[in-house]
Design a protein around this ligand. Structure first.
Ligand code: M6R
Length: 588
């Protein structure tokens, strides 16, 4: 979703704001803009397109000042247009605001503001914010921001500047904002990567808090106005981790990083994993929740816990959680899985669960994210920054941890660790140039197909669904994943001669069944692509994976990720930033 930045400096902020917006491009963007205070005026430049295009069109880089705000918009309310791009201002042009989130009551607020004589220049919900601040300005800028924020409903974060104030003020509820403490320069951004080039020292703005960003930032509770003390935290990522290096795309870099990230994910302290296993074993009900790809990992967890630990866990995608929340109580355990730790539906699910006294454990990649901080316990995935919209290394890290937890819950932590360390080594060997070439040749054979189907059984059924997400989002080919046994109950009607069907095989008791399903596809003329430890006569194409036992979901996913990447390249999509999608889905 939208990326926002505010900088207060002893030097010119223009260049650093532009860089920060470029670093946050991966969150998804359709228009960009910046505002600075300069010689007693607020100067604003903005336009449609990614920040580089906007810069070429309106010279963002020529904005000079010591206080500035910037924005990458991912449109929600109001079409993609120059007028709707942020920053937005009040009637006098003395206040400018950039915003992430959705003001749920904006229509009501806008009607009242218009009745009060305010004039609007855009269709956005955001524009009510500077007008609300203007409405309260006689109380001073800081208090006006606080009052304005109290009028908003929904999950919102904004950063505002005022023509006469040498600071920016930010406020949040729901959408993330993090303060970066630099040398002579203070930052506030939706994302650590925006300022990681300058500092790893951060301070977290929590829900219902605002900060006046100046040489020494002052935090306050929005509801009481009281000052809040904050700790400075040094985060473990460095600027290099968030760069492409020699890779042409973040997606390829992140796929390749799985040589190490699976190992890092499971390299957790035994006591911590055993403590979680005890919690799972003592909870009468354990629920898993997540969205998109992380939701598929939850679903794989259901199979893995059943098979490895003989334990039933319930799974619900986070957006559907309200339908089941009444089943949770203070004895239940909710395990939330997320790369970003900022997905609005996931955060809302855990807030609802916590209100019921339910204990929340999270498996999350971004240290200090809202999910990390709101959970009773969190286990960091340690995958490093994931910038491609399509999740890869965070997904396999999640799968590895869920598998490890299932083993620990079964009282077999050692066995689980040993299996997963072996798998990490095998993935390291697998990701070599010859393997990439093999997947590329398969992609060349199927990239013009309008549909690709994927089937799996057991834990490989949700992996088939995840494979479909990966292929769709990276290549824009319609893809669907099914349980192998469900084919003949409907989807077989879609198989025509040459339709590519990927069959995910594990060397286990389900192998025979999935190979029967492969025969059903073959009999209808489908092109059968086996992802399997062994070749089989039914396969038209075979991509080898290691024989990984219960960790087969991890190894089966890796060639799919490479395939999605190659299909995207052949179809000339934006593999790092697919159309219409955002890396961090901070609105519901
Ligand atoms: O940051 P999260 O893991 O909570 O994100 C959840 C989904 O938005 C995410 O997995 C999405 O489906 C990805 N684009 C998948 O590649």
């Amino acid at each position: 979703m939208c990326g926002i930045i505010g900088i207060v400096s002893t030097n010119d902020v223009g260049k650093d704001m532009l860089t920060a917006l470029e670093k946050m491009l991966y969150r998804g963007v359709d228009s960009s803009g910046m505002a600075v205070v300069s010689e007693g005026k607020i100067l604003i430049r903005k336009g449609v397109g990614k920040v580089g295009e906007v810069d070429r069109a309106v010279r963002l880089r020529d904005l000079h000042g010591r206080v500035g705000i910037g924005h990458n918009r991912w449109a929600t309310t109001g079409k993609v247009s120059q007028e709707n791009a942020h920053p937005h201002t009040d009637c006098q042009g003395k206040i400018a605001v950039v915003h992430n989130g959705i003001v749920e009551n904006f229509e009501e607020l806008k009607s009242q503001l218009i009745r009060d004589g305010h004039r609007f220049a855009s269709e956005t919900d955001t524009e009510v914010i500077p007008h609300l601040i203007e409405q309260h300005l006689q109380r001073g800028f800081e208090e006006a921001v606080r009052k304005a924020f109290l009028s908003l409903r929904g999950r919102n974060a904004f950063v505002a500047l005022h023509i006469d104030t040498p600071a920016v003020i930010a406020a949040r509820k729901g959408s993330p904002l993090i303060v970066g403490v630099g040398k002579g320069e203070m930052y506030i951004a939706s994302d650590i990567t925006a300022f990681l080039d300058h500092t790893r020292e951060v301070m977290y703005l929590d829900d219902d808090e605002m900060v006046v960003l100046q040489e020494h930032p002052v935090f306050r509770s929005i509801s009481t106005g009281q000052q809040v003390e904050k700790r400075r935290v040094v985060i473990g990522w460095d600027a290099q981790d968030a760069e492409k290096g020699d890779y042409p795309h973040f997606l390829l870099k992140e796929i390749m990083e799985q040589k190490e990230t699976i190992w890092r994910a499971i390299n957790q302290k035994d006591e911590d994993i055993l403590e979680i296993a005890r919690t799972i074993n003592s909870a009468p009900h354990t629920y898993f929740t997540g969205c998109g790809t992380a939701g598929k990992v939850c679903r794989a967890g259901e199979y893995l816990f059943s098979k490895i630990a003989g334990k039933h866990v319930d799974v619900t995608v986070a957006s559907e959680f309200p339908n089941f929340e009444h089943l949770l109580n203070d004895q239940s355990l909710l395990i939330a899985i997320s790369q970003s730790g900022e997905t609005a539906d996931v955060l809302e699910a855990i807030e609802r669960a916590k209100k019921r006294g339910t204990r929340v454990l999270s498996l999350v990649n971004v240290e200090g994210s809202s999910l990390d901080r709101l959970s009773d316990t969190s286990v960091l995935l340690k995958a490093g920054p994931e910038k491609a919209v399509a999740s890869t290394k965070a997904t396999t890290a999640q799968l590895a941890l869920v598998t490890l937890l299932a083993y620990a819950t079964a009282g077999k932590l050692r066995q689980g660790k040993s299996l997963l360390f072996d798998v990490a080594g095998e993935v390291n060997d697998l990701l070599n140039p010859r393997y990439e070439e093999r997947v590329r040749s398969l992609a060349k054979r199927i990239y013009k197909s309008p549909n690709i189907f994927i089937i799996g059984r057991g834990a490989n059924f949700p992996i088939a669904q995840e494979a479909a997400i990966k292929i769709m989002e990276v290549s824009y080919i319609h893809a669907q994943g099914f349980a192998g046994g469900e084919l003949k109950h409907g989807p077989l009607a879609l198989i025509t001669p040459g339709t590519p069907c990927i069959v995910l095989v594990a060397n286990d008791e389900l192998k025979e069944g999935i190979l029967v399903n492969a025969q059903e596809i073959k009999a209808r003329g489908g092109l059968v692509i086996g992802i399997s430890p062994q070749n089989h006569s039914v396969f038209d194409e075979w991509i080898r994976v290691p024989d990984a036992g219960d960790a087969s979901p991890i190894v089966n996913l890796i060639p799919i990720q490479l395939l999605a990447y190659q299909l995207g390249l052949l179809r000339k999509t934006d593999v790092d930033m697919p159309r219409n999608l955002s890396k961090s889905v901070t609105v519901k």
